[in-house]
Ligand binder design. Structure first.
Ligand code: F0G
Length: 361
């Protein structure tokens, strides 16, 4: 795949890298921004809080071209839409899907229509969708309602649906599991992952199972899905009509891949758990201030969840937490929930600065 001796200098994007595992042919016009091949970073400060020789790593998918894991699915969905002759795509989104759909659709020469819940999309994501050239329609409703509308639209109008109910999305996203096995030499013991619409947990499991069948890994991970407490239908077993959480990316009350996610949980002997907004914010700050890794709040749910159930982690296990999106997506939450180290209005003198630093006391 064009690698050099020093590694992945010529990483070709995930369709080329994993072509034999993906439903593409020589005539598929590949629309790529060289997504994938994201870092798997050790997280010693988190591991230390668990102890017992547990190894923790984070899959930092916030380093994809538009800053989230959605690019893995979108390179596939948009390439296949282009192959089928689509002129326009549509999606509902809590933000990341809209940014990714916009970037890939525009690069592929298509129009991108995105429906978002008005007032509940993080600033960076909205900025991206607009600048990439999406036609952004903010509805006075939540994600679940937006998804219902775009599903109808796609069956009645000449627009291709690129939410994760489009099977090509999951095909692309499963490559993250391939990358984990390629890096670790086997699947991790546990995979901790934030769950909203439940596409990604489904896609990871597909990837692990395919690699397992191909004998690329000996084991399959226990899949641990984490939802925000105010939007945790897979934990309670009931649709949430008015989902609420600071982690707006996973503010979803009726996941489209509900049954698939339950099947994954059962087959992997995993569990769904919920984490409160306070726990999410604590993990969010911990990741940034002790590991140097800035993810968005929804992504921190995987680490918050791991810490919540840390006593259940087998001794000596290898655990991977998926960090689905970049922290820069949501600057408002970062500024509002930092640790109050921000001192403003300081006089521009050495003594005032020294005093503010606590050096003059
Ligand atoms: N993390 C982030 C940062 C997300 O944006 C999403 C979903 C998830 C986790 C959950 O993934 O839906 O596959 O279970 N975001 C979608 C969007 C809903 O519109 O951007 P999932």
């Amino acid at each position: 795949m064009g690698n050099t001796a020093s590694g992945h200098l010529n990483w070709p994007g995930l369709i080329e890298a994993y072509r034999s595992y993906l439903p593409v042919s020589d005539s598929t016009p590949v629309v790529t921004l060289q997504e994938g091949n994201t870092p798997l970073i050790p997280a010693p400060a988190i591991a230390k809080r668990i102890g017992r020789g547990v190894r923790v790593l984070v899959k930092y998918d916030g380093l994809n071209p538009t800053g989230s894991f959605k690019d893995r699915g979108m390179t596939m969905a948009i390439s296949k839409a282009k192959e089928a002759g689509a002129k326009a795509v549509i999606c509902a989104s809590t933000g990341n899907t809209s940014a990714s759909a916009a970037a890939y659709a525009r690069r592929g020469g298509m129009r991108a229509f995105v429906l978002i819940p008005d007032g509940y999309v993080a600033l960076g994501k909205l900025a991206q969708a607009l600048l990439y050239g999406a036609e952004v329609l903010a509805i006075q409703g939540n994600f679940d309602q937006a998804l219902g509308i775009v599903r109808e639209m796609a069956s009645n109008y000449p627009v291709t649906l690129v939410n994760s109910v489009n099977p090509y999305r999951l095909e692309g996203q499963k490559t993250a599991a391939f990358e984990l096995v390629d890096s670790l030499g086997d699947a991790p013991d546990w995979l901790c992952i934030p769950v909203g619409n439940a596409g990604n947990i489904t896609a990871y499991w597909m990837g692990f199972c395919q690699y397992h069948q191909d004998r690329k890994c000996d084991r399959l991970p226990v899949m641990m899905g984490f939802q925000a407490a105010g939007a945790s239908p897979l934990v309670t077993g009931e649709v949430v009509t008015h989902p609420e959480t600071i982690a707006t990316a996973i503010r979803i009350g009726n996941p489209a891949s509900w049954e698939k996610a339950i099947a994954v949980q059962q087959a992997s002997q995993g569990k769904f758990n919920s984490v409160t907004d306070a726990e999410i914010l604590e993990a969010y700050r911990l990741l940034a201030s002790e590991e140097g890794i800035f993810c968005e709040p929804a992504s921190a749910a995987s680490v918050a969840g791991l810490l919540k159930v840390k006593d259940q982690v087998p001794t000596g296990a290898t655990v991977v937490c998926v960090l689905t999106g970049n922290g820069l997506k949501d600057p408002d939450t970062a500024i509002q929930h930092s640790n109050n180290q921000f001192k403003q209005g300081i006089e521009p003198t050495i003594s005032a600065v020294a005093t503010a630093m606590g050096l003059n006391e």
